[in-house]
Design a protein around this ligand. Sequence first.
Ligand SMILES: O=C(O)CCC(=O)C(=O)O
Ligand SMILES: [Fe+2]
Length: 226
Amino acid sequence: MLLQIPGVLSADEVALCRDRLDRADWHDGRLTAGHQSARVKVNQQLPETDPVARELSELVLRALERAPDFLAAALPRHVYPPLFNRYVPGMSFGAHVDNAVRQVPGTAYRLRTDVSATLFLSAPEDYDGGELVVEDTYGTHSVKLPAGDMVLYPATSLHRVMPVTRGARVAAFFWTQSMVKDDGERSLLFDLDLGIREFAKTAPEAPAALRLTACYHNLLRRWAEL
Ligand SMILES: O=C(O)CCC(=O)C(=O)O
Ligand SMILES: [Fe+2]
């Protein structure tokens, strides 16, 4: 499932992030790349230990906690502390697949990457190129969103970032280990959840609403790993 979630960060939060990031100490993104992706990765990143990265990572984590569509779609068990990247003219990230397992920095904890996310921090009119292109079983999707909006996509998918030819594309990106590792099962639960929410608006007292809610929880009980 590829899902766009608008307004994860408010305009004020985006402005605060940009204020810090525009003055930050950017490093070569290859430092954190895996073997295959290092060959196609040409961007900049903030080191995980950078105080700006730590502050903004916390800000994004707090925002995710109050983003109902993120919680419903990703069914998060663990969220990797968000990282920050930047592409200026001449930079791009060729087709790659994200590492399946990542160690959370500064801990012994390893997280399985089920859901990948990009949270856009540049307005689309401020740069050319820089589309995130995701391939899934339904074809190729090109994503470029307003600042503050986020896209979720299966970490199993091949994806790339098109070359930036003007301006700067700044974003936060991270991975989530989901309670439900299978993308098909997770999508089904999200669809059912949306349907129940729609139903509850029009007929909250209907016995069918209760029955569908029970189905949701019983499927989640079947599939969730904690
Ligand atoms: O910049 C993006 O939107 C995606 C970055 C990415 O795919 C990665 O770092 O693995
Ligand atoms: Fe990636």
